[in-house]
Design a protein around this ligand. Structure first.
Ligand SMILES: Nc1nc2c(ncn2[C@@H]2O[C@H](COP(=O)(O)OP(=O)(O)OP(=O)(O)O)[C@@H](O)[C@H]2O)c(=O)[nH]1
Ligand SMILES: [Mg+2]
Length: 195
């Protein structure tokens, strides 16, 4: 099945039928923790989590009643075995999705808190900016930063990365799906409609 068909099926399927809730897209490198974050935020084992990168292949939607939103779990980019062709396929898929889903409100772009945005993350972020999708950066796996000095250093680097991307300091969160750190605040943010 081609991208367009697959996305059209997902958007017109039973799940979204008659549902007007805005969509929040989870975007990020494969293995960064998108599916884990969905499970932690929505409180269940809804999205498939795996140590094997590239688990989420298709487009999956989940209700997030607390925020009156629907989450779209998108395939991750840049896993180890991915080729240039895979990368183009990812971009084509995301682009088709963005252009097809009129209810897309914003994208949460997950970045690993341990190393900040990689070259591929920056490419994806710029791509979404060019597409005019409102963005919020989510630094994932906060629990893996063990010392106060490491947390401070990574937050400082994260702030610099935001500035370089011309994003406001308020457009970032630090979270852990393991400990629940930052999840309430992120939920509150997503609940707030964009003008
Ligand atoms: N320590 C820690 N590990 C996490 C956290 N979130 C996810 N992980 C682990 O990271 C790995 C990948 O998590 P997934 O949620 O499957 O990642 P994904 O981004 O959905 O990956 P794809 O579906 O391949 O795009 C798993 O082994 C998770 O247990 C976190 O907050 N802290
Ligand atoms: Mg996944």
């Amino acid at each position: 099945m081609g991208n367009e068909e697959q996305i059209r099926d997902a958007l017109n399927g039973d799940f979204l039928k008659g549902r007007g809730e805005p969509r929040v897209a989870m975007v990020g490198r494969s293995n960064v923790g998108k599916s884990s974050l969905i499970n932690a935020l929505l409180g269940g084992r809804l999205a498939q989590v795996s140590k094997e990168p590239g688990k989420t292949r298709l487009l999956h939607f989940y209700h997030w009643p607390e925020t009156k939103r629907i989450v779209a779990d998108l395939p991750g980019y840049g896993y180890a075995r991915a080729s240039a062709e895979d990368r183009n396929r990812w971009a084509a898929f995301i682009q088709t999705y963005i252009q097809s889903d009129e209810g897309l409100e914003r994208a949460l772009v997950l970045v690993d808190a341990r190393h900040g945005p990689t070259e591929l993350d920056l490419e994806a972020i710029r791509f979404l900016q060019e597409e005019g999708v409102p963005l919020h950066l989510v630094f994932s796996k906060w629990d893996t930063l063990k010392t106060q000095s490491e947390r401070a250093r990574r937050q400082k680097e994260g702030a610099a990365a935001l500035q370089a991307l011309r994003m406001a300091p308020t457009q970032a969160s630090w979270v852990s799906s393991e400990t629940g750190y930052g999840l309430r605040e992120l939920t509150r943010l997503v609940s707030t409609a964009l003008e």
